[in-house]
Design a binder for this molecule. Structure first.
Ligand SMILES: *[C@@H]1O[C@H](CO)[C@@H](O)[C@H](O)[C@H]1NC(C)=O
Ligand SMILES: *[C@@H]1O[C@H](CO)[C@@H](O)[C@H](O)[C@H]1NC(C)=O
Ligand SMILES: *[C@@H]1O[C@H](CO)[C@@H](O)[C@H](O)[C@H]1NC(C)=O
Length: 652
């Protein structure tokens, strides 16, 4: 290049100086433009979120994929979107996806990817609550029960090494790789990820644990998505719930002093958008307690106050749905309280997904702040009265137990030790010695409900709900003492979520410890195994003369069938009414609707979604634990009606 003139080399020199600058400008301009196109960040300067570089505020609603059939997801999203809501919030339920250790399920009702993709198609962004713990009035707060089998002393929600081992596998190897492509920055709907849940309400206050979770999430998905926590609106909750570098938000219901609640949030997040991550338009129920409702106007008023402050709000629940099967949890406050099957929560969309009066009132409030999409709100789904379903006994729990595999042990084993996820286990022991008349049978801390039999005679009950753990029995040597133990759902909130089920302590009879136990789990949480056991039962029941159910028809399986018309307006949603039945579990076409207990209410009927029905012959199966109206065949029936009753009478 020796032939170059001076002047040209000066030009070259100038270019050498300029080029890197221009290149640099190019480099910074490019990603800036890209990130403006698909970005979601907190704008601390202006106390707001920025979506694609523009101010953004969400009015979101909670809908849980695991509480409704996939065939209904789109309908529920559309109704929510039509109320002006622009975001969906859901928990991820670990127990749903890993029901047994290392066995993963993302199919059907558990197809998280599909759920979130449909939400995106329905024009909703997503706020995903990763867990691993969620509460949500679900069995064990969404934790898989088998954690308690891996290490009975495991301290859940802490930096206990055995606990973290399983959390790490779940998050790092399974959940987060599924979440990553669904992040907003990657073209998906997820704008925010919640770490843990209301951790400040848990006594441990283990910052090593929560920081570990944060790092686990960041390591898997990067620093792109906004991470946040949710806690009650009290300083003490936030103190333990706040995680460094994770945005702290609060939750509270209507009637709360909104200014005060957000002032508490401001102590921990001096700048950034105001967020209520769980605004309650209603409240949860417990069996035996009156149904909870909150007036629509009250909910509307507080919502209006929050939205006028430019807060982002998530309504918990917008549509509660149903805790099908054995997924419902329980609470342990002053006493043990089991949650019913319905998770209606007095939400804007009813359990069957229909817009309620509250829906229209809240839609008007949202409409003041966000555009309401044009078009009609989808109507309530039509219901149908399929009428009487005649039921007949199929066999007893004891006859079924005779046909099943048993476990024997010197001491009673818990459900978790037996690797039984839920449901019912039959515990039996033979009395080896002479006892007083009567003798006190003490079942310690039974979880949760025990039906006691001496040979074939029903001797009485013990109940955790009623704090009743012993009863007087009379028995002779060599008689069999049978205790049928029902799990009413594991505790979902507070420090006792390690809620082992079954007989959890030794059993004594007038202070003598009973040894030599036989345990028979009923396969009622597993459809295929239940079907097999029922088929055996049908074969054998006629020839067996073992323990029948109770005199009143308790501890007995009943089955029946009903017809769904063949015209195209069927099948339709319907509700199972069980007048005269006491307490048990119901299945339609092998789909477990959940527990029923109309005797204590407030839930009287069970929601039967149209998606589990088909035209032609459908089957109903009941496991009645206590008493059936079946002394004569013509009173032995259930009813499918077109209205839902979740506010029935409850005991004094
Ligand atoms: C989840 O849904 C998607 C979309 O319908 C489907 O392609 C995928 O196979 C489903 N996943 C499972 C595990 O069934
Ligand atoms: C809400 O946001 C709007 C638009 O950015 C702004 O004009 C208004 O002052 C904000 N209101 C409050 C209470 O911060
Ligand atoms: C909603 O607002 C409209 C228009 O202001 C009003 O006519 C209607 O009664 C309101 N609906 C409810 C349920 O408040």
């Amino acid at each position: 290049m020796g032939g170059r003139s001076r002047s040209s080399s000066r030009v070259m020199a100038l270019l050498v100086v300029l080029l890197p600058l221009m290149a640099l400008a190019g480099v910074t301009a490019e990603p800036n433009k890209a990130s403006q196109e698909r970005s979601f960040v907190i704008d601390y300067d202006n106390n707001q979120f920025l979506k694609d570089g523009k101010p953004f505020r969400y009015v979101s609603g909670s809908i849980h994929y695991f509480r409704m059939l996939p065939s209904e997801w789109r309908d529920r999203f559309r109704k929510m979107r039509m109320a002006g809501f622009n975001a969906l919030q859901t928990y991820v339920e670990w127990a749903s996806h890993e029901p047994e250790y290392g066995m993963y399920d993302f199919s059907g009702m558990k197809n998280l990817t599909k759920f979130l993709t449909i939400a995106q198609e329905e024009d909703l962004v997503v706020i995903l609550r990763l867990g691993p713990y969620m509460d949500a009035e679900r069995d064990m707060g969404g934790f898989p029960y088998w954690l308690l089998n891996k290490n009975p002393d495991m301290r859940l929600r802490s930096s206990d090494a055995t606990y973290l081992k399983y959390v790490d596998i779940w998050f790092r190897d399974v959940l987060l790789p599924k979440v990553k492509p669904l992040l907003y920055e990657n073209g998906g709907p997820i704008i925010m990820l919640q770490v843990e849940n209301e951790y400040g309400s848990y006594p441990d206050c283990d910052f090593a644990y929560t920081s570990h979770l944060r790092d686990l999430v960041v390591a898997s998905v990067g620093r792109g998505p906004v991470l946040f926590t949710t806690d009650g609106d009290g300083k003490n909750y936030l103190k333990c719930g706040k995680i460094p570098e994770v945005y702290a938000t609060v939750d509270f219901g209507s009637g709360t002093n909104v200014i005060k609640a957000f002032e508490t949030m401001r102590l921990f997040e001096p700048r950034g958008p105001l967020v209520n991550s769980e605004y309650y338009p209603g409240w949860l129920d417990h069996w035996g307690d009156p149904h909870n409702t909150v007036p629509a106007q009250t909910v509307a008023k507080t919502l209006d106050v929050m939205l006028a402050l430019n807060a982002s709000v998530n309504m918990y629940m917008f549509h509660g749905g149903t805790s099908f099967g054995f997924t419902s949890g329980s609470n342990l406050g002053n006493r043990f309280q089991a949650c019913p099957t319905s998770y209606d929560c007095d939400a804007p969309l009813s359990e069957a997904g229909d817009p309620t009066e509250k829906y229209w009132v809240l839609r008007n409030v949202t409409g003041k702040y966000l555009p309401l999409p044009p078009g009609e709100v989808p109507p309530a789904s039509p219901k149908f009265r399929y009428g009487k379903v005649s039921m007949a006994p199929t066999g007893s729990v004891f006859q079924m137990a005779d046909l099943l595999q048993k476990v024997t042990n010197k001491w009673p084993l818990t459900f978790e030790e037996l690797l039984v996820p839920n449901g019912i286990v039959v515990y039996q022991t033979v009395l080896p010695f002479r006892i007083a008349d009567p003798a006190r049978l003490t079942l310690g801390d039974i979880h949760d409900r025990g039906y006691v039999f001496v040979d074939t005679e029903f001797a009485g009950m013990v109940s955790r709900e009623q704090d009743m753990y012993d009863l007087a029995i009379y028995a002779r040597p060599n008689q069999t003492i049978t205790i049928v133990v029902e799990s009413q759902g594991r505790v979902c909130f507070g420090s006792h979520i390690n809620d082992f089920k079954g007989i959890t302590t030794n059993v004594t009879l007038s202070n003598h410890t009973l040894e030599g136990w036989t345990m028979t789990p009923l396969p009622i949480t597993h459809t295929a195994r239940l079907q097999k056991a029922l088929a055996h039962l049908r074969h054998q029941a006629a020839v067996h003369n073992t323990l029948q159910g109770t005199d009143k028809g308790g501890m007995t399986f009943f089955s029946g069938s009903f017809q769904v018309p063949g015209d195209s307006s069927h099948p339709r949603d319907t509700f199972l009414r069980l007048d005269g039945w006491n307490k048990g579990v119901a299945w339609v076409n092998d789909f477990c609707l959940g527990r029923y207990w109309p005797e204590v209410g407030p839930q009287v009927t069970l929601y039967v979604p149209r998606g589990v029905l088909h035209q032609g012959t459908n089957t109903l199966l009941l496991l009645e634990q206590e008493a059936a109206p079946c002394l004569t065949p013509d009173t032995c029936y259930a009813t499918l009606q077109d209205t839902h009753i979740i506010d029935g009478p409850t005991p004094l």
